[in-house]
Design a binder for this molecule. Structure first.
Ligand code: ATP
Ligand code: BTN
Length: 244
């Protein structure tokens, strides 16, 4: 079926916009903006969102399984985006735990899942995606890590409408699939496109730094890190993964 869709020229954040009206939204509602004045990433970080041809997209999803199932969501959405971009002609897109898409070791897109404490058992989630398509030069000085554009990864570059429509459809399909089969159905698909699989990485957990070899994710969506022959599973939103 056709989702409710709203196109907005200028907004603080498409995630915030949907969160503000979450009680009135049908599951699957989508908001797209041309520019975000306060685009955000995880833990208060900024998402550079200049005018141009990038994609700033959020969708509301009512997850009947509840909050416990929300943890796997950014992983599943990452798989959905990578597979959709592959279908559109960008074969080398990878995922980075827990919420990014990479191309050639550079950040291409980010996923931000936010929740509200609406009453009831279902989880009410807003899933935001920022995808760089062709970043205007003026905005690039603000990004303090290696990043890239879809224009470098995908030839020919599909129109932004085709991109948005394909991503929305694939994300919604994938969420339905996730509700049916759980994360188990995605572990292998995720690991297959893991940017850091079998590579040395470090985890930043507050002030601590833990080094090891990335071994993909387990069926709970935890990151597996091998250290001195032992594999430890790491869960939780306060962890950042970096290549060594
Ligand atoms: P983590 O691994 O914890 O997710 P992260 O550094 O990727 O860490 P996020 O909150 O996921 O942090 O994303 C925000 C970060 O992404 C910013 O601090 C900046 O380094 C980078 N960033 C901001 N805007 C963009 C953009 N348009 N394209 C690529 N990277 C960006
Ligand atoms: C990250 O890498 O931490 C996630 C970045 C998510 C950015 C998108 S852009 C659309 C939506 N609105 C926001 O304010 N953030 C997300």
């Amino acid at each position: 079926s056709c989702p409710q869709l709203e196109l907005i020229p200028v907004i603080d954040s498409t995630n915030q916009y949907l969160l503000n009206q979450i009680d009135q939204l049908p599951s699957g509602a989508v908001c797209l903006a041309e520019y975000q004045q306060a685009g955000r990433g995880r833990r208060g970080r900024q998402w550079q969102s200049p005018f141009g041809s990038n994609l700033y997209l959020s969708t509301y999803w009512r997850l009947e399984a509840g909050v416990a199932a929300a943890m796997g969501l950014s992983l599943v959405v990452g798989v959905a985006i990578a597979e959709a971009l592959q279908q559109l002609g960008a074969p080398d897109i990878r995922v980075k735990w827990p919420n990014d898409l990479y191309y050639h070791d550079q950040k291409l897109a980010g996923i931000l899942v936010e929740m509200t404490g609406k009453a009831g058992d279902a989880a009410h989630l807003v899933i935001g995606i920022g995808l760089n398509i062709a970043m205007p030069t003026a905005a690039t000085a603000m990004i303090d890590q290696a990043w890239t554009n879809l224009s470098a990864a995908c030839l020919p570059l599909p129109s932004r409408n085709v991109l948005a429509a394909t991503l929305i459809e694939r994300i919604h399909q994938t969420l339905i699939e996730y509700e049916e089969v759980g994360l188990c159905g995605f572990v292998e698909r995720w690991n297959r496109i893991d940017n850091f699989l079998n590579r040395p990485v470090k985890l930043l957990i507050g002030d601590r730094v833990i080094e090891g070899i990335a071994r993909g994710i387990n069926e709970q969506g935890a990151l597996l890190l091998e250290n001195d022959g032992d594999i430890t599973a790491y869960v939780g939103g306060e962890i950042s993964l970096r290549g060594c």
